[in-house]
Structure formats: C-alpha cells, structure tokens
Design a protein around this ligand. Structure first.
Ligand code: MRU
Length: 357
C-alpha cells in the first residue's frame, strides 16, 4: 500500500481488526504501509525498525497483544490469562531499551484482573490499546506546549534521531514544539543530525519536517560542534527511550556526545519525553539495558558494503546521557530544570490516581 495524501501520516493505525504500520525503513524513498495480523509479525516489525521511536513501539505492542488475544481459541479464562502473559513476554523481548514497550504491555495485562469473561477481556484489551494511542497524542501536544516556552522566534535548534510525529501517536516529543511554533507563525531554523547508522535524522526527521513546511537543515553527525559555533545554535532538544529515577537518559546513540558538546559550548541541552518513558524502578543510567544491533547496519548501506568484509563492529543503538549534562526534562506535566531525582518522583506522586490503569 502506498500513500498519496499530504495529511500528516499516522505511523500506527488500526483498521478492521488489522494493524497497519508505516514502513519507516523505506522512507523517504518509499511511503509504504505494512499490514500485520499476528504477534510474530508485530515482534518482527518492532525488532526490524519498521516501527520505531519509544512511544510508537509501545502503541504497536499494545495492538500486537490485542491481536494475539483475539486469536486465542478456548473457553478457560485461566488458560487465556496464561496465554496473554506469554504473549506479553514475547512482545516485550522485541527491543530492550525503550521502557514504553514494557509500560504499554503492562497496562494492557493489568486490566485482566477486572475480567473473567474471555470475549469481554479481548475487547477490553483492544479498547486499552486505542486509549494508549489517543492518550499519547494529548501527551505529546502538552510536551510541545511546555517546550515551546523554552524557545524564541528565530531560534536555531538542533535535534538528533527522530522524536517526531511518526515516533509517537502525533506531534512527537522533541519535535512537538516545532509543530506548535509552525501553527503560531513562529519561525525556528531546525538542524537535524543524520544519526548513523540507520539515519533516522536524515531519512525521517527531514522528511517529516519538510512535509509540515518546517525549516530544516541536515548535517552529518560529525558536523555538530562546528555547526553550533558557526550557525549560532541556541539549544539542542532530543527525545528519550528511558529516563532513570535520577534523570540519566537513554536515547539514540550519539546523544551523550551532543550533551557534552552542548556543555562545552555553553548552550542548553533539553530532553523531551512522556511519563511513560520514565522508569523509576531504575535508579541510574547504569541499569538501563542498551540494545546492540547487527554489524550489518554499520558495514552496509542497504545492499552496498561500506567497510571491508569481516570488519569487527560495535553497534550500540543507544547511549546514556548523565543527568548533570541535561538542562531540563520536559514532560506532559511541565518542565523540570534541576533536582531531577526528587522532581521526577513528585511527578508520579502528583499523577497517582489521575491515570486510568
Ligand atoms: O532506534 P530508534 O529509532 O527506535 O530510536 C529512537 C530514539 O532514540 C528516539 O529519540 C526516542 O525513542 C524518542 S521517540 C519520541
């Protein structure tokens, strides 16, 4: 299926009992969609980066669990529950770093406690997946509204990877203030670093922002320090895959380096993320599992080799930015400038009861 419309694309869609994903591996050359009908296909889509970005993989996994539940045959509720838990663990294993995956699946499974009828439980799981997707759109909009307050008309802002609309239900996290600025006639000049090895910055952020008519300039990853100095970049803003209780942040490989450069050149370094990306179970970044991906992502571009055969490769997909390099964390509940450990804890205390499980 190919897209011909100019409306912002929803990367995760549910139609007639099927999960439809924008194939993010093929952008910007092809705007294709894939249709998934089994949890194995959903696992593969998350693992292969067909869908990527922390909130989008959480939403996808939630629909994947609803799909799996729908396919259960039998009338014993305990067996159904056991099967749903197995499917939860299977889908959780698709990627280790973004906590949104675990978070979304746990939210679905927790509603089984309120049911004892299989048909009702199946539709409750699907309803919850829809709710997580709808909620994420509002959450991203709020992140954007808060982050918008950090910037001024005419600012030049650098971002890394793709923390945009296609990585979430809509708007994105780090890119959300750019959409809000555009709506309000405020102009920012955005610089996107290409984000080796799979080029989420070059392929996805530029494509997404161009579609929205937002001013974006692409640079390679090794041009960042020079660009900040010569183009007077005002700030860096990135998304996150998991934020530990002390504010240490896992995000796309290269983020830590950007934070060090921001510190050295004395510009603010912002992290924008929903509460669903904050993991208070993990005290510091040392405990966050970092995904290592296959060597081929580094040695090849599509089918073309860019390194000699048999080259040894280290390919971590994420790194950890220590909290002391982060100027502020922007969530849907507001902006935290310092004292991250206590303030992150307070965010959850103040939200207790507000979130439906
Ligand atoms: O490997 P990816 O493309 O899933 O990595 C994505 C990122 O690192 C994003 O910055 C993060 O998930 C936030 S998306 C709103």
């Amino acid at each position: 299926m190919t897209n011909t419309s100019t409306k912002p694309i929803q990367s995760v869609q549910w139609h007639d009992g099927k999960l439809i994903l924008l194939d993010q591996r093929m952008l910007p050359l092809e705007t294709n969609f894939v249709t998934l009908q089994t949890s194995e296909q959903v696992w593969e889509a998350i693992h292969s980066l067909t869908v990527r970005g922390a909130p989008a993989i959480g939403i996808t996994a939630a629909y994947g669990l609803a799909l799996a539940a729908e396919q259960f045959v039998g009338d014993n509720f305990d067996e159904f529950k056991h099967y749903v838990h197995q499917q939860q663990h299977f889908l959780t294993s698709a990627r280790p770093t973004a906590v949104n995956l675990t978070w979304a699946l746990e939210r679905l499974v927790s509603i089984l406690q309120a049911h004892n009828d299989i048909t009702e439980a199946k539709s409750a799981l699907l309803k919850k997946a829809h709710e997580i997707q709808r909620e994420d759109e509002h959450v991203c909009r709020s992140i954007g509204e808060h982050a918008f307050l950090l910037f001024n008309d005419g600012d030049r802002i650098l971002t890394h990877c793709n923390a945009g609309g296609i990585a979430t239900a809509k708007y994105g996290t780090a890119l959300a203030p750019f959409y809000i600025a555009k709506e309000r006639g405020v102009h920012y000049q955005i610089f996107a670093s290409e984000t080796r090895p799979v080029l989420q910055g070059a392929r996805l952020t530029t494509w997404e922002l161009q579609q929205a008519g937002i001013d974006v300039t692409l640079i390679t990853d090794n041009m960042v320090a020079h660009t900040i100095k010569t183009k007077n970049i005002n700030a860096i803003i990135v998304g996150a895959d998991r934020i530990a209780a002390n504010g240490d942040t896992a995000n796309k490989i290269g983020t830590f380096g950007l934070a060090l450069i921001a510190k050295a050149l004395n510009i603010p370094f912002y992290v924008a993320a929903p509460l669903s990306t904050i993991d208070l179970q993990i005290r510091s970044g040392d405990e966050i599992p970092i995904e290592e991906r296959q060597a081929r992502e580094v040695t090849h571009w599509h089918d073309k080799a860019v390194a000699p055969d048999g080259t040894q490769v280290f390919n971590p997909a994420f790194d950890i930015t220590p909290h002391h390099l982060i100027s502020a964390i922007i969530t849907e509940k507001g902006i935290i400038h310092d004292n991250f450990e206590a303030e992150l804890h307070n965010l959850f205390e103040n939200t207790k009861g507000a979130q439906t499980k």
